[in-house]
Write a protein of this length. Structure first.
Length: 411
């Protein structure tokens, strides 16, 4: 009985233990279930946030692309303004060159006519002197006549000989008189030509001067346009970006050309030595520079900009010459530099000449040291007439100082 009671008790106790275990397990599961809910919610919020962030990044990228496109457009606008002014300058320069060529032709013809007139005048004086001598002889020997000469003949053959002699004298006198008349006519014609060509020369000189004045006005307007960018930070930054872009394009172009020519034997190989000064009309000294190979403070805003060469100011149209013998690898308009010439001297050395008013060589030409290659101007990103001279070694701009023997300028 006791055994049965005890067993029942045990059985009941087991049952209770099982109930307790079940309850504990249930409570544990419930607790786990309850505590698992927040992480699921948190995970859902993180995904939402990531989606929002992705959308925000996409929007920022789109805005950045739009701003980049706007900046590129503004830079293109700045370059277009300068290029438009350069086109007007080049057109005016072409008209001036044509007027100057016409004037040079007329001046040359005038000089030739004046020389011919001088020669004809000297010839007339000689002819007149000879003719006057003949007249004087006949005057002083008036008793001698052609009839008396014939009557003094000793024989028929002597008469024939004397007739021939008289005929020769008369022909000589007639020829001399005709030559004198022809010379007089030539002098008259030359005098008329000189008068006409002088009038034409004076007119062409006036036209050339008007075109030069017009050109100077256009150049001044263009220089004022670029100078105004220094008052507009945004446009000035675009101008600087345009200069940097031009320098990079020049470097890429030189590298490409040098790579293409590396397999071919170069006609010129620079092995050292001082280069020729590029602007003969200006002294080769640092005092002749308006800007050197330096970092300089920007005129507006903050920061610095780097100037990749020497600026040599000179009068408009002055000669720009090759610093060394070589091959012209570029001759044309280049963004930022305006009318530009680049010469390959071999050995990885290239010289660049920018802002010219006009060029006197073409791509592929071979040039000698000191040969004229361009004329001073202010095309491209320039605010005054000067030659922008660069020395590039394997495409990279380096200081011209050791090559020219001219010290740098400190600004």
């Amino acid at each position: 009985m006791l055994y049965n009671i005890q067993m029942n008790y045990v059985n009941k106790g087991d049952v209770m233990k099982k109930h307790i275990i079940y309850m504990a397990a249930f409570m544990t599961a419930a607790a786990v279930a309850v505590t698992s809910v927040p992480p699921m919610i948190a995970e859902a919020k993180t995904i939402t946030q990531l989606q929002n962030e992705r959308e925000e990044l996409a929007k920022q990228t789109q805005d950045a692309q739009a701003k980049l496109k706007e900046a590129q457009q503004k830079q293109a606008d700045v370059e277009a303004e300068i290029r438009a002014m350069d086109n007007v300058v080049n057109a005016a320069q072409k008209e001036l060159d044509e007027a100057q060529n016409d004037l040079d032709d007329v001046t040359k013809r005038l000089e030739e006519s004046e020389q011919a007139l001088e020669t004809a005048t000297e010839k007339r004086e000689q002819q007149f002197e000879t003719f006057a001598g003949r007249m004087k002889f006949f005057y002083e020997n008036s008793q001698t006549s052609y009839l008396g000469i014939l009557l003094g003949s000793e024989s028929l053959s002597d008469m024939v000989r004397r007739l021939q002699y008289i005929d020769d004298i008369m022909s000589y006198d007639n020829n001399m008189l005709n030559e004198l008349s022809a010379t007089q006519e030539e002098i008259r014609t030359r005098t008329a030509e000189i008068k006409e060509e002088k009038e034409q020369s004076e007119y062409l000189l006036e036209v050339a001067q008007e075109k030069m004045d017009s050109l100077n006005d256009i150049v001044a307007q263009k220089e004022a346009l670029i100078a105004s960018y220094a008052q507009d930070e945004e446009k000035y930054n675009q101008l600087i970006a345009s200069n940097e872009k031009a320098s990079q394009e020049a470097q890429a172009m030189i590298n490409k050309i040098l790579a293409e020519q590396s397999s071919a034997k170069s006609t010129y190989v620079y092995t050292g030595g001082q280069l020729n000064w590029p602007v003969p009309s200006k002294a080769a000294s640092s005092s002749s520079l308006s800007s050197g190979f330096v970092s300089r403070n920007r005129p507006i805003g903050s920061g610095t900009e780097f100037h990749t060469g020497y600026d040599v100011p000179a009068s408009y149209g002055a000669a720009v010459v090759a610093a060394e013998a070589g091959t012209v690898i570029y001759a044309g308009w280049m963004s930022g530099y305006g009318n530009t010439v680049m010469i390959n001297h071999g050995g990885g050395l290239v010289t660049l000449y920018g802002h010219n008013s006009s060029l006197t060589v073409s791509k592929g030409d071979t040039v000698t040291r000191g040969q004229q290659i361009a004329k001073i101007g202010s095309t491209g990103n320039s605010t005054g007439n000067h030659c922008h001279f660069e020395v590039r070694l394997n495409g990279t701009a380096v200081s011209p100082e050791p090559y020219l023997g001219v010290g740098n300028i400190g600004y």
